[in-house]
Design a protein around this ligand. Structure first.
Ligand SMILES: [Zn+2]
Length: 416
């Protein structure tokens, strides 16, 4: 293992997690919660203090800033680094009290605010490799927010590192901090043109050395059953109960596959997650997921046939189907940018780590940005157990993440 860099990353991380930046899927505003702006505005001031004079936060809560190039080469591509400031709506992010367990001796980590909150070595195989490292956790009552304040801290620490070492040559670096990733909306208003980068990387990944170039492709699908309602006392031969039609339809879904609870790896699924039910009209809302975009249409056709077969057994009922695209597998874009992926892998290697490419059974901001024309793989920061009170991250992994980004920026300059 290489000697670790010594940067401001841990100190910054411990500061950023104390900001409550929970996003809210039920809020119509942009960003979804005003408290995210408190951290975003603080970051603008810190960026300016680090010499990124153009740092600015727009009306949508998106921060952008430029570290100007200091290389003599004119053809170095502009590279972007991104992280999201919001934390999961599933768990409180208020009054986060980070704890640094110095020189972790192995075994379970007990969190003081709740005796039931124990990070068990048996459930966390990655902890075994962290003996002697400094493990950061929350106190047991909240999440930690390493997802994704680790990414924010890594980017800021890298910028400080560059400031302190002007002899390191690099191209133009664009950085951005965004809100509302956890509710899938943060980069919908991202101005790819204004960002002006050839490619970008989100710092929002998990275990040491991992990088992600593949996500699900995703659609939402509403299956609406129309029945006929009338006074139940006078309903004989007239009423058609859409709730019963929908129940029959749901009961016809496969029991042994095609569902989140029965698939893994590269298998996609259909997943009914909400039912809005009344006798007259019942809507079954699905999410549809597959690594291959063409697989979405196959699954949607399957559901449509199943719905039509169901209404055929319920005279007087009918069904309408509505499909909405959500996001696409970033691989479909990244396949055209092999240099973007190769430099990620090489940077991890040059930081002294073994690169591991993994796929995400979900989406990232990068899936949306890639589709918008900015190829954006995801890089590890060392996050574990995100969206949980049992979140943890190693301070040394944070340093290795900074070093990976450093190598990445240097690689783009060297190869130009
Ligand atoms: Zn995240």
């Amino acid at each position: 293992m290489k000697t670790l860099l010594k940067t401001s990353v841990l100190e910054r991380f411990l500061k950023y997690v104390t900001f409550d930046t929970q996003s809210d899927p039920n809020s119509p505003s942009v960003p979804s919660t005003a408290k995210q702006l408190v951290l975003l505005d603080a970051l603008v001031e810190e960026l300016k203090a680090l010499g990124l004079a153009d740092a600015v936060r727009d009306e949508f809560g998106i921060v952008m800033a430029t570290l100007p190039a200091n290389t003599k080469k004119a053809n170095v591509p502009v590279v972007g680094l991104l992280a999201h400031v919001d934390t999961s709506p599933e768990l409180s992010g208020a009054n986060v009290r980070p704890i640094v367990h110095r020189s972790y001796p192995g075994g379970d980590l007990v969190l003081p605010d709740d005796p039931a909150a124990i990070i068990r070595a048996a459930d966390n195989p990655d902890l075994a490799g962290k003996k002697g490292e400094d493990i950061v956790t929350a106190s047991g009552a909240t999440l930690l927010g390493a997802d994704d304040k680790s990414g924010v801290a890594v980017i800021m620490a890298l910028l400080q590192y560059f400031k302190e070492r002007p002899e390191i040559t690099h191209g133009t670096l664009r950085v951005s901090f965004t809100p509302d990733e956890e509710i899938g909306r943060g980069v919908r208003k991202f101005d790819v043109q204004r960002f002006g980068a050839y490619c970008a990387y989100t710092l929002d990944g998990a275990a040491l050395g991992t990088y992600e170039c593949e996500t699900f492709s995703a659609d939402a699908m509403n299956v609406t059953f129309q029945g006929f309602n009338t006074h139940p006392g006078f309903a004989t031969g007239k009423m058609v109960n859409a709730i019963k039609v929908a129940a029959d339809f749901l009961n016809r879904l496969p029991k042994h596959g095609l569902a989140p609870e029965t698939t893994s790896g590269r298998d996609g699924f259909v997943h009914p997650n909400t039912v809005e039910a009344s006798v007259d009209r019942t809507v079954v809302k699905f999410i549809v997921r597959d690594f291959v975009t063409a697989g979405l249409a196959e699954k949607e056709t399957f559901l449509e046939k199943l719905a039509l077969a169901t209404v055929a057994d319920w005279p007087g009922s009918s069904v309408t189907i509505e499909v909405k695209a959500q996001y696409r597998n970033m691989r479909e874009v990244l396949a055209r940018f092999p240099d973007v992926v190769a430099n990620a892998r090489d940077a991890i290697e040059r930081a002294g780590l073994a690169p591991v490419e993994t796929g995400i059974r979900g989406g990232t901001d990068g899936s949306i940005l890639s589709e918008m024309g900015l190829p954006t793989p995801n890089l590890f920061t060392g996050q574990h157990n995100f969206h949980s009170r049992l979140e943890w991250i190693s301070a040394q992994d944070l340093e290795r993440s900074v070093e990976t980004c450093l190598e990445l920026v240097k690689l783009w300059e060297e190869k130009a």
